[in-house]
Design a protein around this ligand. Structure first.
Ligand code: PAF
Length: 282
């Protein structure tokens, strides 16, 4: 595996691969890698000639300083996992490389995605995600990019970034299904911060999503959302939201016509750790 820390070096290398007509797949990450990331890498390797993974804990997408400080950093282990999974290139830049002083930041027009669900609870988060992903796409210039469905709203934000940035129009995006522990807990780097007791309770989020999938029927959805929220609170979660939304636009749906594809989304704290998950329920 080739490891690059500097933009110039990775670009020199990738340009040589382009000249050989090899197509480049890209998996951006913040490290603390787990099986979920490896499934993105596997999908990337299956359809691209060169698999590039980036590891960069992006400060601009953390609205909570504490969350940024506590974000797990496990680079040695990450590198071992990437080598084991046959990753071709790791891009592991310093913050100054990604954000040179004086650089002007674009404001991204994310429309309602900016303020719904994650946007409402993490002000500025998606602007930060777009800022770093814009920068990384411009550096790597991938043919195909891979994102996890676990971050459903992020996937929609990235789709919009691609659609609204002419230089990204040729990029294809693949959304890879969420990887789960045997008990249903969605894999996440944040799971490392759960205590043993919290780990026992954490799968309630997935069980609650399954409950919503089972309970959904045409008509008002307020009642099942309330029941879901109550289930989580009773298990000790502090719930940010239990949402049911149009699976394509993410507009919240309170009254279902029995036809529209729906996604259920949950964000909740267990102790200090904020967990999110989602499920397409109709
Ligand atoms: O999903 C993530 O890990 C991050 O939001 C991403 C896409 C790598 C941008 O920092």
């Amino acid at each position: 595996m080739k490891v690059f820390k500097k933009i110039r070096d990775i670009q020199d290398y990738l340009q040589r691969q382009e000249e050989k007509k090899l197509n480049i797949g890209f998996v951006p990450t913040m490290g603390a890698l787990h099986q979920g990331h490896l499934s993105l890498l596997e999908a990337c390797k299956a359809s691209c000639d060169i698999a590039v993974v980036s590891i960069f804990v992006n400060p601009t997408q953390f609205n909570d300083k504490n969350d940024l400080e506590k974000y797990p950093r496990t680079i040695e282990k990450d590198m071992t996992l990437l080598i084991g999974a046959d990753c071709d290139v790791l891009f592991y830049p310093e913050a100054e490389e990604i954000y040179p002083p004086g650089e002007i930041t674009r404001i991204y027009d994310l429309q309602s995605l900016e303020n719904l669900f994650e946007g409402a609870y993490r002000p500025g988060h998606f602007q930060g995600v777009c800022q770093v992903v814009d920068r990384l796409f411009s550096i790597v210039q991938p043919h195909t990019v891979f994102f996890g469905q676990k971050d459903y709203q992020q996937c929609m934000v990235i789709k919009r970034l691609i659609a609204t940035t002419p230089s990204f129009h040729s990029i294809e995006m693949t959304i890879v299904p969420t990887m789960r522990e045997p008990d249903g807990l969605a894999m996440s780097s944040r799971n490392m911060r759960l205590s043993e007791e919290e780990k026992q309770v954490a799968p309630t989020i997935y069980q609650t999503l399954l409950f919503l999938k089972d309970a959904i029927e045409a008509g008002a959805l307020t009642h099942i959302k309330k029941t879901a929220t109550l289930r989580l609170s009773e298990k000790g979660f502090t719930v940010d939201y239990v949402g049911i939304a149009d699976a394509y636009t993410l507009e919240p749906v309170d009254e279902w016509d029995g036809q529209k594809p729906l996604v259920a989304l949950i964000a909740a704290f267990l102790g200090q750790v904020r967990l999110i998950d989602n499920l397409v329920i109709a």
